[in-house]
Design a protein around this ligand. Sequence first.
Ligand SMILES: [Zn+2]
Length: 254
Amino acid sequence: MEIKETRGIVLYNRNYREDDKLVKIFTETAGKRMFFIKHASKSKLASVIQPLTQADFLVKLNDTGLSYIDDYHGSEAYQMINEDIFILSYATYVVALADAAINDNQPDPHLFAFLVKTLALMNEGLDYEILTNIFEVQILERFGVALNFHDCVFCHRVGQRFDFSYQYSGLLCPEHYDRDERRSHLDPNVPYLLNQFQSVKFEELKTISVKPEMKQKLRHFLDDIYDNYVGIHLKSKKFIDGLGEWGNMIRKDN
Ligand SMILES: [Zn+2]
């Protein structure tokens, strides 16, 4: 068994036997691992095994079975995320996507940093729907999906009123719309924004502002992309899909 200290973020926990828990943590240097917590309710670890909690964990890693947490320090919870059911739902989905995108035991410090940064920006109050879209676009390659939202698949011109073609898995410029009679008929701002999202720098995020109508178009297109190329169905995503109507109801009451 290997002992090491690593930053980690809790993906989820679940009950195991009477008072024990299994906790899945995405660690920065050892990838995703399942940890066994004995007598969880009485454990000093009780407060750091909640989803979305981050800490420096001192761990005993076992490559073939369960791992153990010896100690932790520097724990951090995202207060604003945890206090808002809307932000929390999107954060939970983003974390579930990261979980689905990588295999256990394989370090992915780049994705770890990206996830932590995305959650930190949600917690700062930046637009959680757009942050989620950016995360969805950038994590596509972890699912083995490489899409180019930059230039036409035929002539490679850039900066056009692009449409998307599933037949060619790429963009069509107006001159090449006719190559796919079942092209998507997107609002050209959708591929334009997705191209921005693919290469966005976090410092630029504070200046990105997207109107509700455009957000809906982005949501629909990304749902199509995920249906066609990724094909995962996360519970946390279904919850978000139902959140719209339900959210309008409680917001009116306020
Ligand atoms: Zn073209």
